[in-house]
Write a protein that binds this ligand. Structure first.
Ligand code: C2E
Ligand code: MG
Ligand code: MG
Ligand code: MG
Length: 280
């Protein structure tokens, strides 16, 4: 079946252009129904302190439980959602669900965590974006410091709008991280000008870091630059103890990756937290 081929399975089954267009229209139609039928769900990947190993946050990652194709990863549908604008209502669902879940964990007496939510530029640059965030926080009663928004360098293209949104978010008390840092087309200008809490080092620099001195240079430079600009750093895609040791040595505050945990269904996060009691 298509799902067994994993990522990009739609593309593997495209024999010609006409088929490609049809596939895209099918996904679009199905995405429309998926929201109403509640076929989306979130998995959560732990983010841990590099120093102590204690869990300090989770990143919410969307999944689509497709009635025929099984569990789909974001690579298989997010780009179509972005092109069609459906990412706006889907993204709002993600935000509300992640905040609600985080508040629920807190109400269960679990250690308070940040929840990080990925945003597409189209969502982040909308005029009423911060108002929507304020509304969701109000409705879910989640304290703003427990929400972190992950934006990418592509959101910085509209400097004026981005500046305004970031100022408003700072006033709200919500945290903002730059995701996949170093992979986009961007200038260092905004790092200095924009109120940002965290840089997230892209997995491509963390991977093969031990064999490739150039990656080590990039990673250590990003960390020291961030610290000079009063920002914290998280590294994504940490898979080996050697990578962790390098990041610890260079004072990267937080780490995330398969070395600690894969993205987990919400029930498993509660177990993970229970098991970690005592680690702080
Ligand atoms: P991202 O935000 O950079 O998320 C990290 C991706 O790397 C996730 O893939 C995660 O499962 C994977 N990952 C984490 N640790 C490791 C590791 O140690 N090794 C390897 N090989 N991979 C690791 P996922 O869940 O497939 O998400 C892919 C991308 O889809 C995300 O990249 C993000 O850009 C996007 N995405 C996910 N959820 C949402 C969402 O709710 N809204 C939007 N707009 N985009 C989303
Ligand atoms: Mg992310
Ligand atoms: Mg990332
Ligand atoms: Mg990434």
């Amino acid at each position: 079946a298509a799902k067994d081929k994993g990522k990009n399975s739609f593309h593997l089954y495209v024999p010609n252009l006409e088929q490609a267009v049809n596939d895209k229209m099918n996904i679009q139609n199905e995405l429309n129904r998926a929201l109403a039928r509640q076929e989306f769900l979130l998995h959560y990947q732990p983010q841990v302190s590099a120093k102590s190993g204690a869990i300090v946050g989770v990143e919410a990652l969307i999944r689509w439980d497709h009635p025929e194709r099984g569990l789909l990863l974001p690579d298989q549908f997010i780009s179509v959602a972005e092109e069609t604008g459906l990412i706006v209502p889907i993204g709002e669902w993600v935000l509300r669900t992640a905040c609600k879940q985080n508040k629920q964990w807190q109400d269960q007496g679990l250690k308070p965590l940040r929840v990080a939510v990925n945003l597409s530029a189209r969502q982040f640059l909308k005029q009423d974006f911060t108002q929507m965030i304020a509304e969701i926080l109000h409705q879910t009663r989640l304290a703003p410091e427990y929400l972190e928004l992950e934006i990418t360098e592509s959101s910085m293209i509209d400097v004026h709008r981005a500046t305004q949104a970031l100022k408003e978010l700072k006033q709200l008390g919500v945290h903002v991280a730059i995701d996949d840092f170093g992979t986009g087309y961007s200038s260092l200008y905004y790092l200095k000008e924009f109120p940002l809490n965290r840089l997230k080092i892209d997995r491509s620099f963390v991977r093969d870091m031990i064999e490739q001195p150039s990656n080590q240079a990039i990673v250590s430079t990003i960390i020291s630059m961030a610290h000079h600009l009063q920002m914290h750093v998280i590294a994504e895609g940490v898979e080996t103890k050697e990578e962790l040791a390098f990041l610890q040595e260079h004072l990267c505050e937080e780490v995330q990756g398969y070395l600690f945990s894969r993205p987990l269904p919400s029930e498993d996060v509660a177990f993970y937290l229970q098991a970690q009691k005592g680690v702080s």
